[in-house]
Design a protein around this ligand. Structure first.
Ligand SMILES: *Cc1c(COP(=O)(O)O)cnc(C)c1O
Length: 356
């Protein structure tokens, strides 16, 4: 399929990022976006790169009512030689298709979609910021846009990619987060959509995060839906622990999002000669472990932050702190190694990096 390109008029061009230190997350978007349409019987068609702007949609479109939607998140990094790198982009596209399948949405052709993504990022190369820790965030999205109120898989879809220059996540240095452990609300249940990157999971998580904020905590840690005993994820990140000198994280059992950062960090941990245990860690092990020293470090992983160190857990009336509120040694080493590979300060032995 050919990609039609309609460039924004010079007079309508936004100016890319005057002051990179002022960049936030996902508030500013580039000049162009990629869009394509799907109609049952016609497959994907009308692939195009067009000026960034609003869609005109029927108020009855299925996505507005029943949340048939999926998305992805990945980044483009500016390297010291000026080139631009993507990190494991094909893994994101494969996961996009997994999410699509779970939500009864059509598959995209992975090679075509990857080409479209690269073409768009190349066109917007000036928008990839240059200062340390900054990047261009890439958000592929698919929504159901058949105008009908019956509950069923849509016969029409819109798939698009938008780009947003984002600031360094750790501007003022690493700030370990405080975690509120929820045993009242759950993120995902066995057989549900926890494994898919779909908006509904996020909508359903907001109530608990508001409650966490009221309790003075930054993020929610989710327990398993059946026993409310085993740790699953934190906010929208995977959760890893350094416990008895090993790195422990929940197995991918259908309720956990298969994070690409998680995957990469686990590979690096094994190469460092540290044992990885993919097993259910109980909330008791976390709370007691923080007190008796068996739990040495804890951190979330995700594309936006890479790693997010945890400094404190609150579970019911009990609060425990970890590492005197400082980032753990292994957490810091993993952050430096992974960002080193992404930004080209360290060699990429894994074939994770794709230079544009
Ligand atoms: C996206 C996401 C992650 C992190 O995945 P990455 O590929 O590492 O960015 C973890 N948990 C949830 C629920 C997510 O949506």
């Amino acid at each position: 399929m050919e990609i039609l390109v309609q460039k924004v008029a010079d007079s309508a061009k936004k100016s890319p990022i005057a002051d990179e230190s002022q960049l936030a997350f996902g508030r500013q978007f580039t000049d162009h976006m990629f869009v394509m349409d799907y109609d049952a019987g016609r497959n994907w068609h009308s692939a195009r790169i067009v000026p960034y702007g609003p869609f005109s949609m029927d108020p009855a479109a299925l996505v507005f009512h029943y949340a048939q939607e999926i998305f992805e998140g990945l980044k483009a990094f500016r390297r010291p030689d000026g080139s631009i790198a993507l990190f494991r982009p094909k893994d994101n596209i494969t996961r996009f298709n997994h999410s699509a399948e779970r939500l009864c949405m059509p598959q995209v052709d992975e090679a075509f979609f990857f080409d479209a993504l690269k073409k768009l990022v190349r066109m917007e190369a000036d928008w990839v910021p240059k200062s340390i820790g900054t990047s261009l965030y890439i958000r592929p999205t698919m929504i159901a846009n058949e105008a009908v109120l019956g509950v069923k898989p849509s016969a029409k879809y819109l798939c698009y990619i938008i780009l947003s220059p984002v600031g360094a996540y750790y501007k003022g240095g690493f700030k370990p987060v405080s975690i509120w452990i929820s045993d009242k609300y759950v993120r995902a249940a066995p057989g549900g959509t926890g494994e898919a990157k779909t908006g509904g999971n996020y909508a359903a998580s907001l109530y608990a995060s508001v409650e966490a904020a009221k309790a003075g905590c930054d993020q929610v840690l989710w327990l398993d839906a059946i026993q409310r005993k085993y740790v699953e994820e934190v906010g929208s990140m995977n959760m890893l622990f350094v416990y008895d000198g090993k790195v422990v994280t929940s197995p991918l059992d259908g309720t956990i999002l298969d994070g690409i950062t998680r995957r990469s960090i686990l590979a690096l941990v094994k190469e460092m000669g540290i044992e990885v245990e993919e097993r259910a860690l109980s909330v008791g092990e976390v709370m007691d472990g923080a007190e008796n020293g068996r739990l040495q470090e804890a951190f979330g992983t995700g594309t936006a932050c890479v790693v997010s160190p945890v400094g404190q857990f609150t579970y019911g009336e009990r609060t425990v702190t970890l590492g005197n509120g400082r980032m753990g040694e292994l957490t810091a080493k993993l952050y430096d190694t992974l960002t080193g590979i992404q930004y080209g300060r360290l060699p990429d032995h894994h074939g994770w990096v794709e230079i544009l």
